[in-house]
Design a protein around this ligand. Sequence first.
Ligand SMILES: [Fe+2]
Ligand SMILES: [Fe+2]
Length: 297
Amino acid sequence: MKFGVIGDIHGCWDAADTAFFNTAGYDMLLFVGDFARVTAATPVARRLSGLTTPAWAIAGNHDGVTLTQLLAEIKRRRLVQRIGALGMARRVRRMERAMAPVRLGGYTLARLGDDLGLIVARPHAMGPDRFYYRHYLKRHYGVHDFQSSAERLKRLVDDSPRDLILLAHNGPAGLGTTPADIFGCDFNPDHGDFGDPDLRDAITHARATGRRVRAVLAGHMHHRSKHTGQWRRTAVDDGQTLFLNCARVPRIEQAGTRRHHLMLNITGHGIEAETRFVDATGRIVEQMPIEADAVAG
Ligand SMILES: [Fe+2]
Ligand SMILES: [Fe+2]
């Protein structure tokens, strides 16, 4: 299957994008979340609703939340976190309805073929230092910490076909501890590895139960640090799985003449990926095969 993979949109999506992806020849589109520029996801979600190619999406930490709620999560304001969570289900539902027919997943298993499954992991992921949006996740999905989230993901793995793609907002733990690593923390290097432990547990469980995790697609840790200007590694391979960080932000550059996405082609035996830039007329202006760096498995 050939996928178009779209990283953190953060407001950068217009009719030209919809027109391109409707005729680009992809079997499916996958969105790693952070649709909102800051916190207004629904207007962006509405712009996706013209897509005719089948598509799955996961919500990012900027989606379905208010600015007050996002800041409360960052600054650990517990009362405001709790109050903000009360309206979150409604906001997420509104966003979900707005983006239809794009499907918004969260702890979801979709069968893409006899031997290929897609797991949409924990939505609204924001990092491993705390279990962000806990009140909403507890009420909506019955998970209250990384361990219970991992258990829920493992149950999806148990129901899945042999081959798997994981779609997440933030990537998994275990892929490096420096700001230049694929999911390393750049805003506070003391945090080191900023990948999520529940997603890592799901990968470990999938492998232990005889499954092949072909690709893990995520974003959140933007390619270029807004704090240091440093670019990070965006593709690694541990010999079993291709891990892609898709979050080129802004995804539209140079007055709309360069629009970023990734092409991912998964066959029975092989996997290939490309970075692609398209202009406003849908012409591919740059395409580069992705050479993943080898990392320990
Ligand atoms: Fe983002
Ligand atoms: Fe994010």
